[in-house]
Design a protein around this ligand. Structure first.
Ligand code: ZN
Length: 89
């Protein structure tokens, strides 16, 4: 009996692919209008059907883990700057 196609790939990889595929099909919330009308229109390119905004994001999800981490860092820095300004004044 022939081995099932893809059986040589790990279960985890297949689960990851499945998850990524479902992320692709899922509609995402728009960063501008908040409506769940964001669809993937190209590689790492997303478009909101509601407000027509187009933006780059992750290949499988509009927001990449790296992107959200970067945003958290930026938020932390700007918060520190704000506090620094307050102590100056
Ligand atoms: Zn929108």
């Amino acid at each position: 009996m022939k081995k099932e196609l893809g059986s040589r790939y790990g279960k985890k990889i297949r689960e990851r692919v499945k998850k990524a595929t479902s992320e692709l099909r899922k509609r995402h919330a728009c960063p501008q209008c908040g409506k769940k009308s964001v669809k993937r229109v190209g590689f790492a390119l997303w478009k909101c059907k509601s407000c027509k905004i187009e933006f780059a994001g992750g290949a499988y999800s509009p927001e990449t883990t790296v992107g959200s981490t970067a945003r958290k860092i930026i938020e932390a820095i700007s918060e520190q700057l704000k506090q620094a300004k307050q102590t100056e004044a």
